[in-house]
Write a protein that binds this ligand. Structure first.
Ligand code: BTN
Length: 243
């Protein structure tokens, strides 16, 4: 791993995306900053992080042979890597919320933004952006319910140590991906999936509420929900949210 530390940057994902235009960029190059000024989240949201308190970083990963049809396993690998590092810290009620938020005590502790580049039917490379709330305890400006390692454990964390631990774990899970251990990744992910096999209230894209049970993830990464009439319906990221 090669870590490039920047004093401040708008978005580590955007910066690394520019670096990746150079086709010789080393695999597992990491860009990290203590002061990300315009962090990007999924679905055109923003990612806010108090300077010097948290981890905001991105990892460049090159693939030799990862088919687009296996894209969901990349998401499983990354989510599971972060999850496993956090589970060492004995956080309360730790789960992966589909597709790749990490929750502790029902609040978001980590967000992941995966941006792939394709060639034909293969994923050529990816930029994995991770925002992890670590030592920040004041979230009074947050719109959603969020938490941090420090809030949940009362401990202060060394950011560099945690960063290296997560990157190593990502390397380990990407090895599983490259050796096509897809079932291991899927089983690991499903084991810790938030609200799996639990009757849950959801909201569809029209704002309608409905009850269902998360039963799995489809081949193309959609959330499979069993509805009251035992029918299984599949939802994309824009089509469903937890009510
Ligand atoms: C989300 O939950 O919506 C994903 C948030 C991802 C935030 C990280 S912080 C480091 C990297 N750089 C960005 O601009 N975004 C990701």
């Amino acid at each position: 791993m090669k870590i490039i530390k920047l004093n401040a940057i708008d978005s580590t994902n955007s910066f690394l995306k520019d670096l990746a235009k150079n086709s010789t960029l080393e695999n597992f190059t990491v860009v990290a900053t203590d002061n990300q000024t315009n962090g990007r989240g999924q679905q055109e949201t923003t990612w806010q992080s108090k300077p010097f308190k948290n981890l905001t970083f991105s990892v460049f990963i090159r693939f030799k042979n990862l088919a687009i049809q296996h894209k969901k396993y990349l998401n499983f690998a990354i989510s599971l890597a972060v999850f496993e590092v956090l589970s060492d810290e004995k956080l309360p009620k730790l789960f992966i919320k589909w597709p790749n938020d990490i929750l502790s005590a029902n609040k978001k502790i980590c967000g992941i933004l995966i941006e792939n580049t394709f060639i034909g039917d293969r994923i050529k490379n990816t930029i994995v952006g991770i925002g992890l709330n670590v030592n920040q305890i004041d979230f009074s400006n947050a719109i959603k319910s969020v938490t941090s390692l420090k809030i949940e454990t009362n401990k202060d964390y060394n950011l560099d140590f945690l960063l290296k631990k997560i990157i190593s774990k990502i390397e380990e899970k990407v090895q599983l991906l490259n050796s096509e251990k897809f079932d291991d990744l899927e089983q690991g992910y499903l084991k810790f999936l938030f609200k799996k096999n639990t009757t849950t209230m959801f909201k569809d894209s029209n704002g309608n509420l409905f009850m269902g049970i998360i039963s799995g993830i489809s081949k193309d990464g959609k959330l499979q929900v069993t509805l009251e009439d035992d029918l299984i319906k599949e939802f994309g990221i824009k089509e469903i949210s937890f009510a």
